[in-house]
Design a protein around this ligand. Structure first.
Ligand code: PMP
Length: 413
């Protein structure tokens, strides 16, 4: 049988909605124009709420200038090798020092991408004797990292400390028998629900159990904590996080990632994280661009304050109108509605086509069947007028959804 034959039968949970002729616009839509709350979509201006650009750094003149100058000075792809071989520069090391300092860790290591970075960290720090315990809502990159783990792993119910404790009892017992250790993995802010990981609660359990804690703070870095140093700063528990990880893909509005921890552990990672050892290092424009972004993030707290003004306005505005935002405690703003795939597709079409609002739509299997989640990512670049307009539109589309408009008709694209 031809290997590819099976794709005709089963295109996967998301691939079943694939659109080879590119006629619909809920999958792989093309936003155009400079990164901003208002961008072009199919020749029309839309108000966008789905850019990973929390602080508005993506198109800030100082940032663009730094990126451009670094590209002029160094070219797009310098240096020409892996960090360990020929890919190290003083700028890479400066960025690591500044990031480590910012998140209050002794040492730090750059990673090319968040996804492969965290997979490789997990791969490097646990072996077959070790046991991993992780939150059920952890990101796909963590789950894929766990696939590389040849030892045991136990999952605990999302943010449920009783469930974690139960799994720690099992994990500790097994690790002891094996002569290994225990690693707990959770996130600072969960990117779909917006809920905060109960980091302080997890760390409290260190009094009863012996384990190390790895936190993926992709959505918390730059948005949470007094200085923006992350969710552990917000919860006043930085010392209890053994490895702090974040990507540059959200608040930094860039590409790249880092992990920070004690000197000894980071030194070990530098020699054992395979996605760094066997891959070209982060190119100079990204490194120098990240230095500029970090400088702005540290010196302009008004960006974070503005982000939170927008977050509070849109979340309280939507809640006041009766919308269900689940358990968000962060800028991530999920709007939970009832309906199936057809209603969701019709609704997002209407929203983008007739109301000129662009946000992401998430359906099963990411959320349970029968739930439609519209995910809003506020940024510091949005205005209070943008918030007002969006709330009015959301009221209108919810009314249509409740009246069954999206169930019956096919909204034209
Ligand atoms: N971890 C989390 C929690 C994420 O949301 C993401 C997605 N950006 C990643 C890791 C992967 O990061 P990157 O986009 O840098 O590969």
């Amino acid at each position: 049988m031809d290997l590819f034959e099976k794709f005709n039968e089963d295109r996967g949970p998301l691939g079943q909605h694939s659109d080879m002729d590119n006629t619909n616009f809920y999958m792989f839509p093309k936003l155009e124009g400079p990164i901003a709350p208002r961008m072009q979509f199919r020749g029309k201006e839309v108000l966008t709420w789905s850019l990973n650009n929390y602080l508005g750094l993506g198109n800030m003149p100082e940032v663009r200038e730094a990126d451009t100058k670094a590209t002029e000075d160094w070219g797009l792809a310098y240096p020409m090798g892996a960090r360990m071989m020929t890919g190290n520069t003083k700028y890479h090391e400066q960025l690591e020092n500044e990031l480590g300092d910012f998140v209050s860790k002794e040492s730090c290591m750059l990673l090319n991408y968040g996804y492969q970075g965290i997979m490789s960290i997990i791969d490097a720090i646990v072996n077959r004797k070790d046991v991993v315990v992780y939150d059920a809502e952890c990101h796909a990159s963590i789950i894929d990292g766990l696939r590389l783990h040849v030892g045991k792993r136990f999952v605990y119910l999302h943010n449920d400390m009783e469930s974690l404790e139960k799994q720690l009892v099992r994990a500790e017992k097994l690790a002891k028998e094996n002569g290994g250790g225990v690693l707990v993995i959770t996130e600072g802010v969960f990117g779909m629900s917006g809920s905060m990981g109960n980091l302080a609660g997890v760390i409290e359990l260190k009094k009863k159990f012996e384990f190390r804690l790895l936190v993926d703070d992709a959505h918390g870095f730059g948005t949470m904590g007094k200085t923006g140093a992350g969710t552990d700063e917000h919860q006043n528990c930085q010392a209890g996080v053994d490895l702090y990880f974040s990507t540059f893909a959200k608040s930094m509005a860039s590409i790249g990632a880092f992990v920070a921890g004690s000197k000894n552990v980071i030194e070990f990672l530098k020699y054992n994280v395979r996605s760094q050892i066997f891959a070209k290092s982060l190119p100079m424009p990204l490194v120098i661009g990240a230095l500029k972004r970090l400088e702005l993030l540290r010196t302009r707290p008004e960006m974070k304050d503005k982000l939170w003004t927008i977050v509070n306005a849109i979340q309280s505005g939507l809640r006041d109108k009766g919308f269900n935002l689940g358990k968000t405690q962060s800028p991530v703003t999920p709007v939970l509605l009832n309906g199936g795939w057809k209603e969701a597709a019709n609704m997002i079409t209407d929203l983008r086509n007739n109301y000129n609002i662009f946000c992401s739509m998430i359906v099963y299997p990411v959320v349970p069947k029968g739930v439609i989640m519209l995910r809003i990512i506020p940024t510091a670049a949005h205005s209070l007028d943008d918030v007002k307009e969006t709330i009015t539109v959301f009221e209108a589309i919810k009314e249509k959804l409740d009246a069954g408009v999206y169930r019956d008709a096919e909204i034209s694209q």
